[in-house]
Write a protein that binds this ligand. Structure first.
Ligand SMILES: Cc1ncc(COP(=O)(O)O)c(C=O)c1O
Length: 352
């Protein structure tokens, strides 16, 4: 299949860029004590999760129980749900899933600890958890190392298998590198490692102290006591992540066709049903002077500077649009085309 034969709109991944990101991150962790447990939510593609494992990842991180179920269905046996779940039916599904693989869930409340413990008793299984600490993102997590210790003791007392500590420094991912930023990252890591020591001191063995993302991995990934890093975006890289990891390249575009054109104006067949405009308007690849102004459901409206090369956009012409925010764009597709040298090399299924 040639790129020119793909029906648009379609999601493309530049395989050279993606493989360079895969190998670059794998090389960083190769000689480290800390390992990579890459996040699945960015690509939702089991074949990519397996590539990451083959490149040295010790397991896969995900954001939802459904993603954990998909990973188990695809044979991945070490999973971290780096997020809270809070619902009886989900506790039961997690208990069932725990029969098939090691699935560790983030925990920040006693009431969920009780629900998980009840579900594992009812189903005669063993649920594993890490205590989630808020290290500055102001999202989920308990607020102090002492609260983490209390919850770890409570959860272990209820019969859950407490594996350790997690905390995500999401508020620092997009902060440009500086000595102050690195110190803030280390402060977050230190909180997690301190909490892990307290928990171990209480007789609960700790094997996981997990944190970090694409923008912070180089600092938290070498902090003594951190066992693994949950970076996800590094693999495909979208435009909003460009400043978070200079070593990584954008690989994701949406291929679209010009369906209407007149002076200074063109329309592509990719709207918000094919590409997300969340967190900024996507930019056109290799179309100087052409700017995406508005997305409708099935249309992208382009304004063209008549004096530029982009001024020549013709009906039927194909263009690529850089994905601005991959998390909200992968969701809109059920497959992507892996391309190299103008040819489709592989078609990957995105699982929902
Ligand atoms: C809990 C958690 N861990 C890790 C990540 C991955 O971070 P990144 O995509 O910056 O690599 C995310 C992404 O939002 C996250 O929510």
């Amino acid at each position: 299949l040639k790129i020119g034969e793909i029906a648009t709109p379609a999601l493309l991944v530049d395989l050279d860029a993606m493989e360079s990101n895969l190998n670059g991150m794998a090389a960083f962790f190769r000689d480290k004590v800390c390992k990579l447990r890459p996040h699945f939510k960015n690509h939702k593609t089991p074949m990519l999760a397996w590539k990451q494992i083959r490149a040295g990842a010790i397991g896969i991180t995900c954001a939802t129980l459904r993603e954990a179920e998909i990973l188990v269905q695809h044979g991945i046996d070490s999973i971290l749900i780096a997020n809270e779940i809070a619902c009886d039916t989900k506790a039961e599904r997690l208990a069932e899933l725990s029969r098939l693989a090691s699935v560790v869930v983030a925990l920040d409340s006693q009431c969920v600890a009780k629900d998980l413990a009840r579900a594992q008793r009812d189903r005669n299984t063993q649920i594993e958890a890490v205590i989630d600490i808020d290290i500055g993102l102001n999202r989920c997590g308990v607020e102090s190392v002492e609260a983490a210790l209390d919850l770890a003791k409570f959860a272990a007392g209820e019969g859950l298998r407490v594996r350790g500590i997690m905390g995500y420094d999401g508020h620092l991912q997009s902060v440009p590198q500086s000595a102050e930023r690195d110190e803030l990252i280390r402060r977050g890591s230190r909180t997690l490692v301190d909490a892990a020591s307290l928990v171990e001191g209480a007789g609960i063995p700790v094997s996981i102290v997990t944190t970090g993302g694409t923008g912070t991995h180089a600092v938290s990934g070498v902090y003594p006591g951190i066992t693994d890093i949950q970076a996800g975006s590094y693999l495909l890289m979208d435009t909003i992540y460009l400043n978070r990891g200079a070593r990584f390249q954008r690989s994701l575009t949406v291929l679209a066709t010009v369906i209407s054109a007149r002076s200074g104006h063109a329309v592509l067949d990719c709207g918000v049903k094919a590409i997300s405009a969340e967190r900024g308007m996507p930019a056109l690849k290799d179309c100087p002077g052409a700017e995406l102004k508005t997305l409708h459901a099935e249309h992208a409206l382009i304004s063209i500077d008549p004096g530029s090369a982009g001024g020549t956009l013709q009906v039927g012409q194909r263009v690529e649009v850089w994905v601005q925010y991959s998390d909200a764009t992968m969701n809109l597709h059920s497959r992507f085309y892996g391309v190299r040298n103008g040819q489709v090399e592989e078609i990957y299924r995105i699982e929902h």
